[in-house]
Design a protein around this ligand. Structure first.
Ligand code: UD1
Length: 431
């Protein structure tokens, strides 16, 4: 299993191109299941999760072509140019999403809504993905039931079926869920009648999916709000769509630039997608200057400990909590970091402590008392964003850090070593 070795202490200087958003690209790929016509996606990130989704959709029968075929590109290398993908779901011959694929990536569950809506049936293994809590899919299933589907659970699989088309319904979500909003919004585009989703997620990736669905002929009102109204259509058609930039990758490099007291230009970024993140880092002492194509991030000699609480968008994202904690671990003073979205998302804490951080977890909050510096250690990546917090900590730590289980990083960070090395960091992948 690959490891990453980092020798810390080098201020990052240079330019980092930001990739297309993983969490937008994955649902966009599943949207191809809604039509027999081609869907063309550009700015596709080159990631292990995209390879998994490609395999999943291909085994359903979706024809997928990519400019740099998703099954063959090398993770970790900085590739030239943008990756494009053409997906066509003309000959779907299998309605089952098997355990081997779903267990590695929770977003696989997003095939459920589109398949039931178009074919009246789907069978999906109960999901795995990052080990950050129980992460049920009860809201997805309850909403499909409200739209007339029958749900059966057996042998670790969910089977959803309906006679004829799904029916539009009024669906109030108990919690804000990105995945449930996406799954049900897609299903509703082909349902009979109108569906109203309240307490819907309004993350930029949900909006990106909605915009693409509209290009495919869907009728959706309220994009970007908590109330989505979807008027179902008999069929959707093909479209072309460019994936939005990855705001979490952006935030991760903000943390890396800041903690090394470096200065990095992040290109291809829309700062408006990161308002809460930028405000929080500014409060801590990081400075930002907008450029025509992104922004320049500059660290400071000292950071201030500031509190943060994760919230659904437009609040501070849970996917940035671990990376922010890495920075706070070397801030002046204390910072209280509260996680309200997932119940088990402090798995990076014991690893940061191995590197000299002073963090105390009490329930959903972590008290981080800043230390003057971190030191290199052998640490274990436990989930995607926890891994990136260890990278950030290692970049600033004294000495060498060896991070095990980096496959988590390949799920969500395109060409991570290449991007960091280009800014002077001493990073290498050890097979
Ligand atoms: C998505 C993102 C993930 C991010 C998360 C929250 C993708 C591929 N992943 O995950 O990176 O961390 O949003 O911003 O886009 N819940 C239920 N029942 C359900 C569904 C969710 O109780 O049926 C709970 C979850 O356990 C969690 C909360 O709702 O506590 C939010 O989860 P959700 O927004 O659904 O996360 P994902 O869509 O899985």
């Amino acid at each position: 299993m690959d490891k990453i070795r980092i020798t810390g202490g080098v201020p990052l200087k240079g330019t980092i191109p930001i990739s297309g958003a993983k969490n937008a690209a994955l649902p966009l790929m599943t949207a191809a299941l809604l039509t027999d016509k081609p869907l063309l996606l550009s700015n596709m990130p080159r990631l292990a999760d995209i390879v998994t989704m490609t395999k999943l959709l291909r085994q359903h029968g979706v024809e997928i072509n990519q400019t740099d075929d998703a099954a063959t590109f090398t993770l970790g290398e900085m590739p030239e140019g943008e990756s494009h993908m053409r997906l066509q779901a003309e000959n779907i011959h299998n309605l089952t999403a098997p355990y081997e694929l779903v267990r590695t990536m929770r977003a696989s569950v997003l095939v459920l809504g589109p398949l039931v809506a178009r074919y009246g049936e789907a069978k999906v293994s109960l999901p795995g993905g990052c080990a950050i809590g129980t992460r049920p899919i009860d809201m997805h299933l309850k909403a499909l039931e409200m739209m007339g589907a029958t749900i059966e659970l057996a042998d670790g699989y969910v089977r959803a079926s309906c006679k004829g088309r799904l029916k539009g319904a009024e669906i109030p979500f108990d919690k804000v869920s990105v995945g449930a909003t996406e799954n049900i919004m897609m299903a509703a585009t082909l349902a009979e009648g109108t569906t109203v989703l309240t307490n819907a997620a309004r993350e930029p990736e949900v909006c990106d999916l909605a915009e693409c669905l509209v290009k495919m002929g869907a009728e959706i009102e309220g994009i970007g709000t908590h109330r989505l109204t979807i008027h179902g259509k008999d069929a959707l058609h093909g479209a072309e769509h460019r994936v939005i930039c990855d705001r979490i990758e952006t935030g991760t490099y903000i943390s890396a630039a800041a903690i090394t007291r470096g200065e990095v230009e992040l290109k291809g970024v829309d700062p408006r997608l990161l308002t809460a993140v930028i405000e929080k880092y500014e409060e801590a002492g990081v400075t930002f200057a907008e450029t025509p194509d992104g922004m320049i991030v500059s660290g400071a000699d000292h950071f201030k400990g500031v509190d943060a609480m994760t919230q659904p968008h437009p609040g501070f994202p849970t996917d940035m909590q671990a990376q922010f904690m890495a920075l706070m671990s070397v801030a002046d003073g204390a910072s209280m970091i509260t996680e309200t979205i997932f119940e088990n998302r402090f798995m990076h804490v014991p690893e940061l402590i191995r590197m000299g951080a002073n963090v105390n977890v009490q329930g959903r909050s972590a008290m981080v008392r800043g230390v003057p510096s971190l030191r290199g250690a052998e640490v274990m990546a436990t989930d995607l964003r926890a891994s990136s917090s260890l990278i950030i900590a290692a970049l600033a730590a004294k000495g060498e850090t060896l991070i095990h289980r980096v496959y988590h990083l390949d799920r969500g960070y395109e060409a991570l070593e290449a991007k960091l090395t280009a800014c002077g960091a001493q990073v290498e992948r050890v097979a």
